[in-house]
Design a binder for this molecule. Structure first.
Ligand code: C2E
Ligand code: MG
Ligand code: MG
Ligand code: MG
Length: 277
C-alpha cells in the first residue's frame, strides 16, 4: 500500500542520488588531472552567412579526450567544473588555446577569422577575468577584434551594472559580445539596449521547432530576428539541421546560422581546410 510505495520510492530516489554523487565525484577527480595531462582540445564549428553561405567565423567548443572514456562532451562535465571551481583554470586554458589557434591560422596564411569563446558564469564574475583575458590577448598577439565572447542571458542578468561595465571594457578593446541561447533565460528584454551586444544567438530549441509556418514558434523566431535587426544586432540561428529551418530563417531575414546542416564541430586541421574553401 501507500506507505510501502512511499518507502520504495525513497529507496530508488536515494540510490539514484547516490549513483549520481559517485559519477560526479569520479568526473571531478579526473577533471583535476585533465589539464596537466593535456586531455582537453578545442573543436570548431563554422558560422555561415545564410545568403552567401560564406563562413563568417567559428565557435570554439571544448572537448575532453579521456584515455578510457574517449571523446567526452561538455554536457557531461562543464557543470561539475563550474561547481568545483575548476572552470577557472580550464577557462584560462580555453582562452589561451583559442587565441593561439587564431594566431596559428593567421600565420599559416589564412585571412583573419573571428573565434567565439563560451564564457561560464564563474569565469565572467571572477575579479581577474578582464585583466587575465587582456594579458592573454597581448602575449598571444591575437587581434581582439577577431574574438567574440558568448555569454548567456542569466549570466548577464545576475548583476546588470557589473555586467554592463565589464562588457563595455571588452567592447572598448574591440572584442565582440554575443548572447548565447537567447530566449531561454530571463524574459526581461530591457537589458538588450543596456548592454553593448553585437550578436543574438537564437537558441536551438526554437530552431528545432521550426516547421515552416508562422504559427507559434515560427512567430517567435521571426519576431526575435526583427528585434535584433531593429537594435542593429546580428542574429545567428543555432542548431540548423535541415532545409526547412534554413529556408524559413532566410525568408525571415536571419543573417547567420550554425548547425549540423552545414557542419558539426571539427578539429583545427579540418577547420583550416574548410576556411581555405
Ligand atoms: P552552446 O555554446 O550553446 O553550443 C552549441 C552546442 O550545440 C554545441 O554542443 C554544438 O556542438 C551543438 N550543436 C551545434 N549545431 C548543432 C545541431 O545542428 N544540432 C544539435 N543537436 N546540436 C548542435 P557542445 O559542444 O556539446 O557544447 C554544449 C554546451 O557546453 C555549449 O552550448 C556551452 O554552453 C558549453 N560549452 C562548450 N564548450 C565550452 C567552453 O569552451 N567553455 C564553456 N564555458 N562552455 C562550453
Ligand atoms: Mg555558444
Ligand atoms: Mg547556444
Ligand atoms: Mg548552450
Amino acid at each position: 500500500h501507500a506507505k510501502e510505495r512511499g518507502r520504495n520510492n525513497y529507496q530508488f530516489f536515494s540510490q539514484d542520488m547516490n549513483a549520481r554523487a559517485v559519477e560526479r565525484q569520479l568526473i571531478e577527480t579526473h577533471l583535476r588531472l585533465a589539464l596537466e595531462r593535456h586531455e582537453f582540445t578545442l573543436h570548431y564549428q563554422p558560422k555561415l552567412d545564410l545568403e552567401s553561405c560564406r563562413i563568417t567565423g567559428v565557435e570554439a567548443l571544448l572537448r575532453w579526450n579521456h584515455p578510457e572514456w574517449g571523446m567526452t562532451l561538455p554536457e557531461r562535465f562543464i557543470r561539475i567544473a563550474e561547481e568545483c571551481g575548476l572552470i577557472i583554470p580550464i577557462g584560462r586554458w580555453i582562452l589561451r588555446e583559442a587565441c593561439a589557434q587564431s594566431v596559428r591560422w593567421r600565420d599559416s596564411g589564412l585571412a583573419p577569422v573571428s573565434i567565439a569563446i563560451n564564457v561560464s558564469a564563474l569565469e565572467f564574475r571572477h575579479r581577474d577575468f578582464f585583466t587575465h583575458a587582456t594579458a592573454v590577448f597581448t602575449s598571444s598577439g591575437v587581434a581582439p577584434a577577431c574574438l567574440q565572447l558568448e555569454l548567456t542571458e542569466s549570466v548577464l542578468m545576475r548583476d546588470v551594472a557589473a555586467s554592463a561595465e565589464l562588457l563595455t571594457k571588452f567592447k572598448a578593446i574591440g572584442v565582440e559580445i554575443a548572447v548565447d541561447d537567447f530566449g531561454t533565460g530571463y524574459s526581461s528584454l530591457s537589458y538588450l539596449n543596456q548592454f553593448p551586444i553585437d550578436v543574438l544567438k537564437i537558441d536551438q530549441s526554437f530552431v528545432r521547432a521550426i516547421d515552416g509556418t508562422l504559427d507559434g514558434n515560427g512567430a517567435i523566431v521571426s519576431a526575435v530576428i526583427g528585434m535584433g535587426r531593429s537594435l542593429n544586432q546580428r542574429v545567428i540561428a543555432e542548431g540548423i539541421e535541415n532545409a526547412t529551418q534554413l529556408d524559413f530563417l532566410r525568408l525571415h531575414g536571419c543573417s547567420e546560422g550554425q548547425g549540423y546542416f552545414f557542419s558539426k564541430p571539427v578539429d583545427a586541421t579540418r577547420m583550416r581546410e574548410m576556411l581555405l574553401g
